[in-house]
Design a protein around this ligand. Structure first.
Ligand code: NDP
Ligand code: A1CAB
Length: 278
């Protein structure tokens, strides 16, 4: 597989490192470009052995699959900059909120596009990714994209309109978990635990709980009940979470992220309007 990546930020790096560490694609078969950060390109070259270029024509010529990995607000400029070189490539877009329709409009043709929503755990082949193909994508291309994303974790094929929800849940999800861990670390300090010891206890607790959920047939609510002795410490702690409306806070967080995914699409449309009006 010959892959061109437009964008060299966190998500591009997570995918590239997953593909290389998983021995899926040879570094020599990957070309990467970004907008202007030359030092990041040199880092990618040194660290992963990939080809880096400022020449988008060359990148498109040498790639069968193009991964779009810039911020949604930069999609307009980035996709228009590759438009003259679009031939038969398959496009994989990881952009939150930017529809297949918008990408094809910017590409200037109904090219095969697969929207994907991975997460940064791709870097250790543990991404939870959902993909949605455009009508133009062949079964072979879908299988190829599924295989590609399976090498960096698990993959679900969904209808495109589900991607805002997926983005809010598993695309942003790692950040919610990290935020929770930050709070656990702060709590550990407040109750007088050594930082290093606390960190290893928290991480093993997280890994253990996640593995229990994977291995057991029980629901999260049941596993929680099994930790919660009547009148014990867990019950006392969870009462506090209820006082602070933890459940409502998480629901509001995920709903707001899903709304934001819809807003990002509008942002791309507005950029286009601004360019037209300028
Ligand atoms: N981070 C995450 O957890 C996830 C992100 N995503 C999606 O991935 C995309 C990228 O996010 P993330 O990696 O965090 O963003 P970053 O800001 O880390 O990286 C964006 C990259 O895009 C490049 N870029 C911007 N404009 C252009 C252009 N015109 N031509 C070529 N390259 C360009 C930037 O180059 P330069 O630095 O030179 O400006 C930079 O390398 C977003 O659309 C996001 O929605 C999806 C799932 C998870
Ligand atoms: O925060 C964002 O917009 C991107 C999409 C999902 C994770 N990061």
């Amino acid at each position: 597989m010959k892959i061109g990546v437009i964008g060299a930020g966190s998500m591009a790096e997570a995918i590239i490192s997953g593909l290389i560490n998983g021995n899926v694609v040879r570094p020599g078969n990957i070309h990467v470009c970004n907008r202007s950060d030359r030092s990041k390109l040199l880092y990618m070259q040194d660290h992963y052995g990939v080809n880096v270029t400022e020449n988008k024509e060359e990148l498109l010529e040498r790639s069968e699959i193009i991964i779009l990995a810039m911020k949604p607000k930069d999609a307009e400029e980035a996709v228009l900059s590759i438009r003259p070189y679009v031939k038969k490539q398959l496009f994989l877009s990881v952009l939150a909120g930017v529809t297949i329709h918008t990408i094809q409009r910017l590409l200037g043709k109904k090219a095969p596009v697969i929207r994907a929503m991975p997460n940064t755990s791709a870097a250790i082949q543990m991404s939870a990714t959902a993909i949605a193909p455009s009508e133009e994508v062949t079964m072979h291309q879908l299988k190829m994209a599924k295989h590609l994303f399976e090498t960096i974790g698990m993959v679900a094929v969904v209808e495109e309109h589900r991607l805002d929800a997926v983005t809010a849940l598993s695309g942003s999800g790692p950040a919610y978990i990290y935020y929770f861990i930050e709070a656990m670390e702060n709590a550990a300090m407040e109750i007088g635990l050594d930082q290093e010891i606390a960190k290893s206890l928290i991480l093993q607790t997280l890994a253990g709980a996640s593995e229990m959920l994977m291995q057991s047939d029980k629901q999260a609510s049941q596993l929680r009940k099994e930790v919660t002795s009547p009148g014990g410490t867990t019950e006392a702690g969870i009462e506090k979470l209820k006082d602070y409306q933890f459940n409502d806070a998480i629901i509001a967080c995920v709903k707001r992220a899903a709304e934001r995914s819809v807003e990002l699409q509008a942002q791309v449309s507005n950029e286009k309007k601004k360019i037209r009006e300028a």
